[in-house]
Design a binder for this molecule. Structure first.
Ligand code: DGY
Length: 324
């Protein structure tokens, strides 16, 4: 009999077919959100799972799955997985780094351009039939070219965003705990600065760092107060890194010019204050959402699961201590 696995969310049929060649697949093509209790039930008899960033793989869920050997997120982020609980229970955990860098960087730029040039509000205005004719001072935006791009969290996606800035003749500054190697900095044409300088000097500040308890509300009222009133904040990383209430207040009072947001605190909850603002561009956590990239993410997760359950080290193992 083939090993039994769960695919926790709806995915492309090609992914299910591929997995079905190796496993007996319990899929969730109806895309019902399983949550803690649903996952406990569905994982009770499974040796592996393909999971999404929306699945809370808590210590209680892992404990309720005595046969589990591997959980393979089809996401680069893995703040939904309790890695210590996985290691303690002998469960390998994996993610999908690399395959979504370009697509997520593209969305960061789309949001940056959208907030800079006020596209969502201008489009709503046009759709509402309010455009009566061209005016000299109509929908004035912020120039992106020759501005200063700041990046907080300069991993693969941050570097991909930075490289795209060359075409806009931008100055690129970044902050991360350990500065990049000189040749990587040169390839990105980026300069390391401390966090306060990054906040003070960025015209566009893009957040690209993982959510961890230490990063909770890393951008709050104090940090927003350091930013220029002409600046824009872009978050395509994770909700919770920004204090949404503080951001709404800064945007409402025009202490910050604009924001482009793909992620929110407590998703899928959403602070309704954002909807009252005309200086935000909002998308529903679609950073990696192109068909090709979502396919690559799911297939990478499938590769990880197949490797893990056939006695090999999965390529994107997050908790190598589990093998010790
Ligand atoms: C990721 O890969 O982490 C994206 O946010 C999708 O969940």
């Amino acid at each position: 009999m083939k090993p039994r696995i769960l695919v926790s969310r709806a995915v492309f049929p090609e992914v299910i077919s591929r997995l079905a060649g190796h496993f007996e697949v319990d899929d969730n093509q109806a895309d019902v959100i399983l949550g803690v209790e649903g996952l406990k039930v569905r994982l009770a008899d499974k040796v592996g799972a393909l999971t999404a960033a929306t699945d809370p793989l808590t210590a209680a869920v892992i404990a309720a799955a005595p046969k589990l050997k591997a959980v393979c997120n089809f996401a680069v982020g893995y703040n939904n997985i309790d890695l210590a609980a996985c290691s303690g229970a002998g469960v390998m955990a994996t993610n999908t780094p690399g395959v979504l860098d370009d697509t997520t960087a593209d969305l960061a730029w789309a949001l940056l351009m959208a907030t800079a040039r006020r596209l969502p509000a201008a489009e709503r205005w046009l759709r509402n039939g309010e455009w009566k004719g061209w005016e000299f001072v109509q929908w004035l935006g912020t120039d992106v070219h020759h501005a200063t791009l700041g990046i907080l969290g300069m991993g693969r996606i941050g570097q991909t965003v930075a490289r795209r800035a060359l075409g806009f003749d931008m100055k690129v500054i970044y902050h991360k705990r350990t500065p990049l190697a000189a040749e990587t900095e040169a390839a990105c044409r980026a300069t390391w600065v401390d966090k306060a300088t990054l906040l003070r000097e960025s015209d566009f500040l893009v957040l690209l760092l993982p959510y961890t308890p230490e990063n909770h509300h890393l951008i709050g009222a104090a940090e927003l107060a350091l930013m220029k009133p002409t600046a824009h904040l872009i978050n395509v990383a994770r909700g919770g890194i920004v204090d949404d209430e503080a951001l709404i207040s800064a945007l409402r009072q025009r202490r910050l010019c604009g924001a482009g947001l793909d992620v929110y605190e407590g998703e899928p909850k959403f602070n309704p204050g954002f909807l009252e603002l005309d200086n935000v561009a909002l998308t529903p956590h679609i950073g990696s959402s192109s068909r090709a990239t979502r396919m690559a993410m799911a297939m990478t997760a499938a590769d990880n699961l197949i490797a893990a359950l056939s006695g090999q080290r999965p390529p994107n193992l997050l908790n190598p201590d589990v093998l010790a």
